[in-house]
Design a protein around this ligand. Structure first.
Ligand SMILES: *Cc1c(COP(=O)(O)O)cnc(C)c1O
Length: 388
């Protein structure tokens, strides 16, 4: 059986990247590795659209999220956490783990946050002028934690609008772009993202195991005065090293070599072209679902990185995903937490190609039909092809 991976992470890894990672390992304190790291750093800055350093960690995305909390904040600091799905909730769990009090903005799953809600809280808490509450200094919000693509719901959040609100305040804007970087447009500097967090196994076309963080000047100032405990994920130590094309500890050498190869694809094809291909693919998937009379889970705020679709009435969502994977070799994702069995998710990021998606939609049609869902066979694939 041939296996197709269409989950929103991990995503398929191109052959040239796999080949590069299979090369004999080299030592990291060598000019050869330094050259690679230098190239990787420059190419990452391009994908992040930032002039600032991008720090590289050996961990999955959550490691860099945890590092962000511990490197920015100090005991007593307050934050805002946008919780529009499972990954927004993770920011809250991390704040809880380190005793950071936060104001949650709970958004119905499938919807995006209204940026004005953030503005209202920042203003009320005196983080934005006019200062209404003359509370103690601890009442001030130090960070706004949000997600760009909420992978659990397929929702895209308007970071550009939130950036405009947070920029004039004393707070930093922290964005979980783990599933968004390399998949959808991100303009870190232009949008005023102070901390942009990313991971390796989604839009960047390499296996899990690396995470990334970019830091603005405003964020760096907070890092220098932060008092929460940290060691392995020390942003200061990583920044000092990367400025010398080095890492503080042994890096994931072969993953970085793979990343160097993967980032060449963005350079060769052009960042804009890569992103517009994903966008076209996502449009195709949405049109295919509509043709199949399936409902999108986030019709008003969909992301081009992953499409969430409601499981139709009378169909067992868990069984649908399992049958596609085990009988036909097509791996898509089901729903998480309260959405378990209620939605399925198809990714359009990284090395997922139109032919993979055609196989996916065709298999979805076969399995839905076997499970008793009524529709005209072939209309999904046709709608996908027509979009492209
Ligand atoms: C995948 C993902 C994460 C978690 O990353 P891990 O690599 O599993 O630690 C966090 N946020 C978002 C938006 C994601 O898509």
């Amino acid at each position: 059986m041939k296996n197709y991976l269409l989950t929103p992470g991990p995503t398929p890894v191109p052959k040239e990247v796999l080949d590069a990672m299979a090369r004999p390992i080299i030592h990291h304190r060598t000019p050869q590795f330094q050259t690679i790291l230098k190239e990787v750093e420059a190419d990452l800055k391009h994908v992040f659209q930032t002039k600032n350093n991008v720090l590289i960690f050996s961990s999955s995305g959550t490691g860099a999220m945890e590092g962000t909390v511990t490197n920015l904040l100090s005991p007593g600091d307050k934050a805002i956490v946008v919780r529009a799905g499972k990954f927004g909730e993770r920011w809250g769990e991390l704040c809880d783990a380190y005793g950071i009090e936060f104001i949650p903005i709970d958004v119905e799953w499938g919807k995006a946050v209204d940026p004005e809600v953030i503005k209202k809280i920042l203003t009320e808490k005196g983080t934005l002028p006019p200062q209404k509450l003359a509370g103690p200094p601890m009442a001030e919000i130090k960070a706004v934690f949000t997600t760009l693509c909420e992978t659990s719901t397929g929702v895209s959040i308007d970071i550009e609008a939130i950036g405009k609100i947070v920029k004039p305040s004393n707070a930093v804007l922290v964005v979980d772009a783990i599933s968004a970087l390399g998949a959808v447009p991100i303009k870190t500097d232009e949008w005023g993202i102070d901390v942009c967090v990313a991971g390796s196994q989604k839009g960047l076309m390499i296996p899990p195991g690396l995470s990334f963080v970019s830091l603005s000047q405003k964020a760096l100032e907070m890092v220098s005065s932060s008092k929460l405990p940290k060691y392995y994920f020390s942003f200061s130590a990583h920044k000092k090293s990367i400025e010398k094309d080095d890492t503080p500890y042994t890096p994931a050498v072969n993953l970085i070599i793979g990343l160097n190869e993967a980032l060449k694809v963005f350079k060769k094809d052009g960042l804009e072209n890569v992103l517009s291909k994903h966008k076209k693919n996502a449009q195709g998937v949405r049109n295919a679902m509509k043709a199949l009379k399936l409902e999108l889970f986030a019709p008003d705020a969909y992301s081009d990185a992953v499409t969430a679709v409601k499981v139709p009435e009378g169909i067992d969502g868990g069984k649908l995903v399992k049958t596609m994977r085990d009988k036909y070799g097509v791996a898509i994702a089901g729903g998480q937490a309260q959405l378990k069995g209620k939605i399925f998710r198809i990714a359009t990021m990284g090395h997922i190609t139109p032919s993979d998606l055609k196989v996916c939609i065709d298999t979805l049609e076969t399995v839905l039909s076997d499970m008793g869902y009524k529709f005209e066979k072939g209309v999904g694939v046709k709608a996908f092809e027509k979009t492209l």
